[in-house]
Design a protein around this ligand. Structure first.
Ligand code: NOJ
Ligand code: CA
Length: 558
């Protein structure tokens, strides 16, 4: 078994999270043990040795709770149980135990901004009177205009359409409206309500007692809303994407921090202490770091890095801003290229516009997948050479592209319907993983399984089995990079030093002579003389004269 570096003790956290490589398991699409086409907990358990051998430290499992699955489980009907389609509570506890036995940690996903409309609290609220205790757990308001027929504000749902839906009161007449930042089946909770606060702290404790090592917090930056600005559009600044715009009344309100201070007390009271990672969308890395600290979150996803175009200047500034923002908080930077909500980076990096903009426009851009794959390999070496924690999304280690041509009829993302088909949505990054074999389901499930989203017929060549042992493959690049990352002393510290290089080459040193070069120029870049190359994303390697090709990255020791 591979040597594992212990997390260094760190102020304000268990420590392991500061350098961890966390692998996101999108449960529906990872591995299906019983052949119903939907990934499950038994499937994850069977693939834990793969994750250990890949060299990750932890897995984050997307929501596994009972749910109508309107939004891939981010519509939770019971936070303390397991959806039968994913398994049983015994399976979940068994997964945690198996993972721990292999030296892997398990991060669960908690969804506090909203419940499912099938949650008993919401059913109770619908049956109750306006202004009742049951309604006050959600955000119910009277409508504007004659007879209250207009929504209470102009806020829009992130999935398209209004963020308010009108209900029928118990007597059958049109009644109040409730807020939902996402689908109408995902009513937002009212976090000034003390029942809500107590309930979620209890849910955290329940899962900590069952052994989870931490939580990824869904929509962490939106729990508190500013109702004083009903006319302020929610998507205030389309250029900065749906999330994270300045002045958004549904984002980054000061009151949200008190909630996490309470959660941190719960996490710190555990033996050993557990961790909290926020899905924080904020205007800049400094604002993200405002959620971190000894009395708040241990980490937050670096969406500024994920969204950054494949351009040296832009990447250099995101890296610098991120590291600077974390210098004053007891938490490490994090780095992430893909997740279950974004167009896979192999596809993004092969387009004329490599950042993330308006999804409906981005989805229509053509991609040169050969170029995108080359850049994705280089981006992996960049990300894994930076100080802090890294989040991988299942399938990126296989170089999977977005499946952009799913037939309309199979699309499941609520954004497809709510946007009036302007956005196809996120299904294209959620297609089940190819593990082995030459025919669908490529080892995702037993032979004959029909995966819940169709896999492209040529995915056999991208499977784990097809790539294993092939030194030119993305999988072997990730395996080697993760091994070096764990073992090389130069990658342990907190700092990087930029070394002199042309403007479109990223060249930086870490400790113990370790250095990383990423060539974003169109010309080959000569590595410094006399270096010892540890790894290169270009399978051809730096050529004899140490020329690093365009869109390639290398790790070397000086
Ligand atoms: C963020 C999750 O990652 C996404 O998949 C989900 O649709 C929204 N939050 C709403 O829960
Ligand atoms: Ca299954």
């Amino acid at each position: 078994m591979m040597l594992r570096r212990q997390g260094e003790p760190s102020p304000g956290g268990p420590g392991w999270e500061r350098r961890a490589v966390v692998y996101e398991v999108y449960i529906r699409s990872f591995a299906d043990a019983n052949g119903d086409g939907i990934g499950d907990i038994a499937g994850i358990r069977s693939r834990l040795p793969y994750l250990r051998d890949l060299g990750v430290d932890a897995l984050w499992v997307t929501p596994w709770y009972p749910s109508p699955q309107v939004d891939g489980g981010y519509d939770v009907a019971d936070y303390r149980a397991i959806d039968p389609q994913f398994g049983t509570l015994g399976d979940a506890v068994g997964l945690i135990a198996d993972a721990h036995a292999l030296g892997l940690r398990v991060i669960a996903d908690i969804v506090p901004n909203h419940t499912s409309s099938a949650h008993p609290w919401f059913l109770e609220a619908l049956a109750a009177q306006p202004e009742s205790a049951a309604r006050s757990r959600y955000v119910f308001r009277d409508g504007r205009g004659a007879g209250g027929s207009e929504p209470p504000s102009d806020w829009l749902s992130i999935f398209g359409g209004p963020a308010w839906t009108r209900i029928h009161e118990a007597d059958g007449r049109p009644g109040q409206w409730y807020l939902h930042m996402f689908d109408a089946e995902q009513p937002d909770l009212e976090w000034s309500n003390l029942d809500v606060r107590a309930e979620f702290e209890d849910i955290l404790r329940t899962w900590f007692e069952r052994g989870v090592d931490g939580f990824r917090i869904d929509v962490a930056s939106s729990l508190v809303k500013d109702h004083g600005r009903p006319g302020q559009p929610h998507k205030a600044d389309p250029a900065s994407s749906a999330y994270g715009s300045v002045n958004d009344p549904l984002m980054n309100q000061p009151g949200v921090h008190e909630i996490y201070r309470g959660w941190r007390r719960v996490a710190d009271a555990q033996v050993p202490p557990r961790i909290l990672l926020g899905e924080v969308h904020a205007p800049n890395p400094a604002a993200v770091a405002g959620y971190l600290g000894a009395d708040e979150l241990h980490g937050a996803f670096n969406f500024h890095f994920l969204r950054c175009p494949w351009e040296a200047t832009a990447l250099r500034s995101v890296i610098d801003e991120t590291i600077a923002a974390h210098a004053s908080v007891p938490a490490s930077p994090t780095w992430v290229l893909s997740n279950h909500d974004e167009i896979r980076h192999v596809t993004r990096y092969g387009r004329s516009s490599t950042g993330i903009g308006d999804r409906s426009a981005d989805e229509r851009l053509a991609s040169d997948l050969k170029l995108g794959t080359r850049r994705a390999g280089a981006a992996a070496l960049l990300m894994l050479a930076l100080p802090g924690a890294v989040y991988l999304y299942q399938g990126e280690e296989l170089g999977l592209p977005e499946v952009a041509d799913l037939p309309d009829g199979v699309l499941r993302d609520p954004a497809w319907e709510r946007s009036g088909h302007a956005m196809r949505g996120r299904d294209g990054c959620r297609v089940p993983i190819p593990w082995s074999g030459k025919a669908i389901p490529f080892g995702f499930g037993p032979t004959g399984t029909a995966p819940w989203l169709p896999q492209p017929g040529d995915w056999g060549r991208r499977s784990v089995a097809a790539q294993s042992g092939d030194p030119r493959s993305m999988l072997e690049l990730y395996r080697r990079a993760l091994r070096i990352r764990h073992e090389h002393p130069g990658l342990a510290g907190d700092t990087i030093r930029w070394l002199t290089s042309p403007g479109d080459v990223l060249l930086f040193g870490r400790d113990a002579g370790f250095a990383c070069a990423v060539n974003l120029s169109a010309e080959p870049f000569p590595l410094p003389a006399g270096v010892d190359v540890l790894l290169c994303s270009d399978a051809a390697g730096p050529s004899g004269d140490r020329m690093l090709a365009a869109d390639a990255a290398a790790w070397f020791v000086r």
